[in-house]
Unconditional design. Sequence first.
Length: 168
Amino acid sequence: MSSPEHRHHHPASGGPAPVAGMVVLLVVTFLAFLNYAALLPVVPMWASSGGAEGVAVGSTTAVMMGATVATQCAAPVLFRLLQLREMMILGAVLLGAPAPFYALSTDIGGITALTVLRGVGFALVVIAGATLAADLAKTGRLSSSASLNGAAAALPNLAALAGGGLGR
């Protein structure tokens, strides 16, 4: 197994230009957080519409956050197993691909399983995104790169969290 420093993308090693890579990172981060934020208020309502009550409804958010934290705790292992771009892609897929499957059932078991997958994906996007923002930063521009990544993650929350529950 290669060391972590050889597994990560470094712009100077022939990867995409830092500016182009940063633009891609910001777009992917924005879209991933839009998916996350839009469904965060909707999933509990969906579970409720299927007959889930109280703790079961609230557990949908708890399961999402639990899967996210558990995955983040595994970051040292993940950094050894995956390159940052792989981690970001896998995270975006695990966060986004399960989303349409919520429509198939309001069963709390199915909702919980999909939510665990999405929580793992969310964690991967957060871990890889922050690390890639640092890797892609030009010399002396780390705080700017981190700020841009933070804005790409935060802006979707402004509209999507508030708008996610409008259909109720």
